[in-house]
Design a protein around this ligand. Structure first.
Ligand code: PRP
Ligand code: HPA
Ligand code: MG
Length: 175
């Protein structure tokens, strides 16, 4: 276990995350009714949730990865693009997007709309954290791990200035 600093408050423990992922894996397995699914990891933040979730889904899976970038990041109006697109076709396939956190909703609004235009059979979104404080785009999270009202969180894929992604729990950064 890594040394934590006094400005890090536990929000969800590693044990709670793993228990919830087992439940989500069972829900997702049931949802797709024995059919194969293409599971899409949203890099970088989604990498740990994706790695654990795919191992708890009991279906035939294809795995693929995307990474989003915005022009003029840091400005409110940054338009989203792929800095890495899917490498497989999703036409006619069941697709599950796996994301660490939905915050303003702009990232998932873009990804859901863009992938939907490729005519998948079904398109669903799993997000470990559904955070409401700053929501601007109306995004439907089909499978969520935890609801959070507010706060800036790190760990389990989520970073602050590229640090803390490797932590196995979720923490809030407090002053
Ligand atoms: O709902 P939103 O306000 O769009 O924010 C959520 C997104 O922001 C973070 O990713 P980021 O683009 O910072 O890249 P990262 O995954 O590489 O950390 C996070 O991982 C989500 O993907
Ligand atoms: O709360 C957050 N933590 C880490 N990364 C994020 N990206 C959007 N919101 C967050
Ligand atoms: Mg991300």
């Amino acid at each position: 276990m890594k040394e934590l600093t006094p400005n890090m408050k536990v929000v969800v423990s590693a044990e709670e995350i793993q228990k919830r992922i087992d439940e989500l894996g069972a829900e997702i397995t049931e949802h797709f009714q024995g059919e194969p699914v293409t599971v899409v990891c949203v890099l970088k933040g989604g990498f740990l949730f994706f790695a654990d979730l795919v191992r708890s889904i009991k279906l035939d899976l294809e795995l693929d990865f995307v990474r989003l970038a915005s022009y003029g990041k840091g400005t409110e109006s940054g338009e989203l693009v792929f800095s890495k697109d899917l490498e497989t076709s999703i036409k006619g396939k069941n697709v599950l997007i796996v994301e660490d956190i939905v915050d303003t909703g702009h990232s998932m609004d873009f990804l859901l709309r863009t992938l939907d235009e490729r005519n998948p059979k079904r398109l669903a979104l799993a997000a470990l954290v559904d955070k409401h404080e700053r929501r601007e785009a109306d995004v439907k999270v089909d499978f969520y791990g935890f609801h959070l009202a507010e706060g800036f969180i790190i760990g389990y894929g989520m970073d602050f200035a590229e640090k803390y992604r490797e932590l196995d729990g979720i923490y809030e950064l407090v002053d």
